[in-house]
Design a protein around this ligand. Structure first.
Ligand SMILES: [Cu+2]
Length: 651
């Protein structure tokens, strides 16, 4: 036995704790190290660093290339004591198990253990520690009080690989039956019926079967189909031992699971695989390259027990880019939408474009990456357009399906008196005139009512107004009078008994044009009528000398079905110089809309109109993105962002 280049050396140790690093450099021997005085020692590390917690040991098992960081406490060993570090591993291939006492073997001493320990005169002697007095106090932390940094567990695995350790025999007329003849790594096949595992040996030169994706965490289930234990070493990566599980080549996995040994709780790069067991390790590969894994018994490794494996970045799958023109369609109005599909740069032909959501349809792009699909939206909302092509990741874009513009019907004929008096009628039992006359609130004309003598019946009215029962309507009109005297507006049955139809509103006129609006619900009739009279009633307001002007009379049904917000025109980017303001605006459809402008995704206090004007811009505002969230009681939509570009003032 050679230690650090010397055969059977000794080391003077003071009565202190010593930290020793063991590396089993034997070409094939498994070492089981112990002190001949039976003292315990503490393992704190393995190949890849500290263990999860210190492990108090009496024996240390090391396969070839395994390492151990050990603390031995000689403090209480009497000066002059010589302690021999022994190896009680076998002088033959190791298959697990425990040694018989030194000098015994299982054949002559049945039940003493699994194998005879190494020859105590030669391979059973490793080195000697000779205890001397301490020259200085020992200030180190006692091994049982050491706290080791935690081992962070690996996350869930991306893949489980089944790998095998195999032996092959030969039987030729020349050499006779020889076993084992070759030792090989390989993969595992499972019997489709019984699930029994079968090793699939592979040669060094066979195609690489272990191709790990960079960044992946994998579990490797290493099935040992041989009769011996093998120290299995992976290059490049440190792994954790998950557990071991007994398997039977005839019946599959038996299910007896053993957890890692106390000395295996840290990061490792070499692990002992036992015959008849699955040795399960877990690692995350974070460096790409071509590596090997192999048995660290050199005679095996130099035979066929080494295989290459690769770690490669996952193939980059380009993503399709799909754009649409236009991006807004109207419900119920088939619209030709031109889709363009590229790989980000170049047009992609023969890409399938599929619509889903509130419209369906398909098409295939031409050589220019274009396809026109007639989009007929069935409801308001989003239409998803997906581009698919072999070798690419799907690309998607969305279209907005908005409600058709609400056509608001004015139930009043000749509402602005632009067509003369008809069908308006005027009556007074005093003295007055009705003319169509400038000035107008809008257009060229308005109704001009002039009274020289007030009466008890003074009205301007229109008959034949069609109304629905118990329905919400809105009346609006523009008016003023030369004295600011008021006016009353009513809806009633046009003939006796002049049943009130739900509107009775008095407008507080001024002496210049103003618009008056009121809403009401029809009443006084049960089914649709066409005999409504809209009546401007001047009693008791109009006095002799008063002149009234009326224009733009609108009587409209109030929509009771809320319409989702939709954006017709998105805000556009603006460029200003420092100190200037910028105004962003949006055109949206829908009922009872509310607006909230945002700067870089954050609401702007008080910016709640269809347009928003910024404070004077500074260079810090350059590149800010403004958008608006349009909402109502049934939904919301966020506009595209518009970028504010702020240029410095040119000197
Ligand atoms: Cu081996």
């Amino acid at each position: 036995m050679m230690v650090n280049g010397r055969t059977w050396p000794y080391l003077n140790v003071e009565q202190k704790q010593y930290r020793l690093r063991f590396l089993n450099g034997d070409n094939s021997r498994f070492l089981i190290l112990q002190m001949d005085n039976g003292m315990n020692f503490t393992q704190i590390g393995a190949e890849g660093g500290f263990l999860a917690s210190p492990a108090m040991l009496n024996r240390l098992l090391l396969g070839g290339a395994e390492r151990a960081d050990v603390i031995v406490n000689f403090t209480n060993i009497p000066v002059g004591t010589n302690i021999t570090l022994q190896n009680v591993g076998p002088d033959e291939p190791f298959g697990g198990g425990v040694p018989c006492p030194i000098g015994q073997d299982p054949i002559t001493n049945p039940g003493c253990g699994d194998f005879a320990p190494a020859n105590p005169a030669t391979t059973g002697r490793v080195m000697q520690f000779r205890v001397v007095a301490a020259t200085t106090p020992d200030t180190s932390t006692p091994a049982d009080q050491i706290t080791l940094p935690p081992i962070v567990p690996l996350g869930a695995e991306n893949k489980v690989r089944n790998l095998s350790l195999n032996e092959e025999c030969s039987n030729s007329s020349l050499t006779g039956f020889q076993c084992p003849k070759a030792a090989l790594l390989g993969t595992v096949m499972f019997n489709a019926t019984t699930g029994a595992p079968m090793g699939m040996p592979m040669m060094w030169g066979d195609a690489v079967t272990e191709n790990v994706t960079l960044g992946d965490t994998e579990i490797w289930d290493i099935y040992d189909f041989t009769v011996d234990a093998h120290p299995i070493h992976l290059h490049q990566v440190m792994f954790q031992v998950v557990n071991r599980e007994v398997f039977d080549p005839a019946f599959g996995v038996v299910g007896t699971i053993t957890l890692p040994e106390p000395g295996e709780t840290g990061w490792k790069d070499t692990v002992i695989a036992y015959p008849g067991q699955i040795t399960r390790i877990k690692a995350r590969w974070d460096i790409a390259g071509l590596y090997v894994w192999h048995c660290h018994i050199l005679e095996h490794e130099e035979n066929e027990m080494m295989r290459p494996y690769t770690v490669s970045a996952p193939p980059v799958v380009p993503k399709l880019n799909i754009t649409a023109t236009p991006t807004t369609v109207t419900v119920g109005v088939p619209t030709n939408v031109n889709f363009t599909v590229t790989d980000g740069v170049t047009p992609v032909s023969n890409a399938a474009v599929t619509l889903s959501g509130n419209a369906t349809g398909t098409g295939t792009t031409n050589v220019n990456g274009n396809v026109v699909i007639s989009v007929n939206a069935t409801a308001q909302g989003t239409i998803t357009s997906t581009a698919t092509s072999t070798g690419y990741t799907d690309g998607t874009t969305t279209l907005s399906a908005i409600a058709p513009p609400v056509t608001i019907q004015n139930l009043i004929k000749n509402p602005g008196f632009e067509s003369g008096k008809t069908p308006w009628l005027f009556y007074t039992n005093g003295v007055g005139t009705f003319n169509v006359w400038p000035p107008a609130y809008a257009g060229n004309n308005s109704a001009r009512l002039a009274f020289s003598t007030a009466g008890t019946n003074m009205q301007l009215y229109q008959q034949g107004v069609a109304l629905e029962p118990n329905t919400r309507y809105q009346l609006s009109f523009a008016a003023y009078s030369n004295t600011g005297h008021d006016i009353r507006v009513r809806l009633l049955k046009q003939v006796t008994p002049y049943t009130p139809y739900g509107l009775d509103y008095t407008a507080n006129l001024g002496t210049s044009w103003a618009v008056f609006t009121t809403q009401f619900t029809t009443s006084g009739f049960a089914s649709n009528v066409t005999d409504g009279r809209l009546q401007f009633w001047l009693v008791p307001f109009a006095k002799a000398g008063d002149t009234y002007y009326i224009d733009n009379v609108r009587l409209e049904k109030v929509s009771t079905t809320p319409v989702l917000p939709g954006i017709v025109t998105h805000p556009a980017g603006q460029t200003v110089v420092t100190g200037q303001t910028a105004t962003f605006s949006v055109v949206a459809t829908g009922t009872s809309l509310s607006y909230q402008w945002q700067k870089n995704g954050t609401d702007i206090a008080g910016a709640t109109g269809a347009s928003y004007t910024t404070p004077p811009a500074t260079l810090a505002d350059n590149g800010s993105v403004f958008r608006v969230n349009v909402t109502n009681s049934v939904g919301s939509i966020i506009s595209n962002g518009a970028v504010l570009t702020v240029l410095p003032v040119t000197p």
